[in-house]
Design a binder for this molecule. Structure first.
Ligand code: SLL
Length: 256
């Protein structure tokens, strides 16, 4: 065996990616132009590098991921012709028009040298703007309002981690360091956590991921954990109360 096919034990290396979609409302002319007339939106689903290029109106995609990704398969809803779309070179994305939201299965296949199994991701295609939080039912705004709000963005940040990578693959990866995320937030946040409950959340330009977001996410998780612990304590106290009550009733019954 050559050293190239040796795994570097105890080492992990990751590449930050984003996956998700952008959607815009079709103009009345575009709607008319489509044979079925039922299509309302144009959308793009993509897998990209997490960092955005400077001054770009694209979410993510500063780096070309072709050096380690061989193919991305987007499995669309079966109402689409040839729903399984294989994209073999960057940009790893599919643009379509349609009328409905659905779950897209995304399979990422790595270059053969990686010796890694493909990974599966799921993304809920989002066409309608984020609406009031707290509402149980999300009612999409009428087309003209949606068009005014501008593109809808729904992106997820993730890190692909390679554990014990082959030496050759490790060399390939280290030859392509990812563009670092900007420290501070320069643009809107790419999804609903931006400002839950506000239509404004989907407005205001092209979003991008920053390392500040990562910190905010950690903070949110910590706060959520605290509130769960608080809830637990309350429930435990009430359980103790109820148990006492049960005991008292039992005793009463026994005495009767
Ligand atoms: C829904 N469960 O009912 C979803 C399905 C499917 C969307 C949405 C295809 C368009 C076409 C299209 O938009 N499918 O090829 O005519 O909302």
């Amino acid at each position: 065996m050559t050293t190239e096919r040796v795994r570097v034990k105890g080492l992990s290396i990751y590449r930050p990616i984003i996956y998700g979609n952008t959607a815009v409302v079709l103009t009345p002319e575009e709607r008319e132009a489509h044979p079925s007339r039922e299509h309302t939106h144009r959308w793009t689903v993509a897998v990209r590098s997490a960092a955005s290029a400077e001054e770009s109106d694209i979410v993510g995609g500063a780096d070309d991921l072709g050096y380690f990704i061989r193919r991305v398969t987007f499995k669309l809803h079966e109402t689409y012709p040839n729903p399984s779309r294989n994209i073999d070179k960057p940009p790893f994305e599919v643009t379509e028009t349609g009328w409905g939201e659905f779950e897209i299965q995304i399979r990422i296949t790595f270059i053969p040298e990686a010796g890694e199994k493909p990974i599966l991701l799921y993304h809920h295609l989002k066409l309608h703007p984020w609406t009031a939080s707290g509402a149980d039912v999300e009612v999409p705004p009428p087309a003209d309002v949606a068009a005014q709000l501008g593109p809808v963005h729904s992106w997820q940040y993730d890190e692909i981690i390679f554990t014990d990578p082959f030496q050759q693959f490790l060399n390939t990866l280290t030859a392509h360091p990812p563009t670092p995320l900007p420290k501070a937030r320069r643009r809107p946040v790419p999804f609903h956590i931006a400002n839950p409950g506000s239509l404004e959340a989907s407005k205001g330009g092209v979003p991008e991921f920053s390392s500040a977001m990562e910190k905010e996410e950690i903070q949110r998780l910590e706060e959520a954990k605290k509130s769960v612990v608080g809830e637990q304590e309350k429930l435990r106290a009430s359980l103790t109360e109820k148990e006492k009550e049960l005991e008292r009733l039992r005793r009463e019954l026994g005495e009767a």
